[in-house]
Design a protein around this ligand. Structure first.
Ligand SMILES: [Fe+2]
Ligand SMILES: [Fe+2]
Length: 259
């Protein structure tokens, strides 16, 4: 900045206002040029660090995608399942006008909600017959394992708790913590609806897929106990806007090819 001597800012003011340098009227013009050049260099360096951080963030997300693919290899449906859950969750997020930051957080959390399945033994994860109580307890650890994996990285730490709570129920009968109603993060409630809907409408190793009418009935039945009532109502409104095309079939076909 340029100023006359008696208007020079104090050191405290410079610190508070993050002023990098000031230029006194009447001082040498080449000093001003030097100040401007050093300011430009400073901005350039900040931008480079920002770009490096963005690049690093991208590498970490790419690496997590690799982890997701690894789960997909262990359990045929899961990789595409996560993509479908993210798509359904974002449809609902868009419909209820989530703010941009929450929308992005929802996208990431939905994509990685089952990442903890990486820690579940293959024979339990891909079992085609009914799980024993003990095996079900093992499956249930995936939400906590996922949260633990995600919480070690700054990029994912915001979604760790959301992922941890994606199997909590409004009535407190969910896992891992038995949280109720308002204790459950809002975005976990959205993922939970999308997750339940996809589980019903796709073929799994242990069951056939159900049609849209079955899913609508089930959503109506479990709203207010398993799933958040208001959000489920919104989701049902969305389904009814395009009922015959709402289920994502292309990912299902991909699964069937994989099978
Ligand atoms: Fe899950
Ligand atoms: Fe899931």
């Amino acid at each position: 900045m340029s100023t006359s001597k008696n208007l020079s800012p104090s050191v405290d003011a410079m610190r508070d206002l993050d002023i990098q340098a000031f230029f006194e009227k009447g001082a040498r013009f080449d000093q001003l040029i030097l100040n401007v050049q050093s300011g430009v260099k400073y901005i350039d360096k900040v931008n480079k660090v920002k770009n490096m951080n963005m690049q690093l963030e991208k590498y970490i997300i790419d690496f997590a995608e690799v982890l997701l693919k690894t789960i997909d290899a262990k359990d045929n449906y899961t990789g595409s399942h996560s993509k479908r859950v993210a798509e359904y969750a974002l449809r609902l997020g868009g419909y209820i006008d989530l703010d941009k930051d929450s929308y992005e957080t929802l996208k990431m959390a939905a994509n990685f909600h089952d990442i903890g399945k990486i820690g579940i033994p293959d024979d339990v994860l891909s079992k085609t017959t009914k799980l024993t109580d003990e095996e079900y307890e093992i499956i249930k650890t995936h939400s906590t394992i996922g949260a633990n994996i995600l919480s070690v990285s700054d990029v994912f730490k915001d979604i760790a708790f959301i992922v941890k709570c994606h199997h909590e129920r409004i009535d407190g009968r969910g896992y891992p913590s038995g949280l109720t109603g308002e204790e459950i993060p809002f975005l976990s409630k959205i993922i939970s609806i999308a997750d339940t809907f996809d589980a019903m409408t796709t073929k799994r190793s242990y069951k056939e897929s159900f049609d849209i009418d079955y899913a609508i009935n089930e959503l109506n039945r479990v709203k207010g106990t398993q799933l958040d009532s208001e959000l489920t109502e919104k989701f049902l409104q969305l389904i009814n806007m395009d009922k015959n095309n709402f289920i994502i079939h292309d990912y299902i076909e991909k699964d069937e090819v994989a099978n």
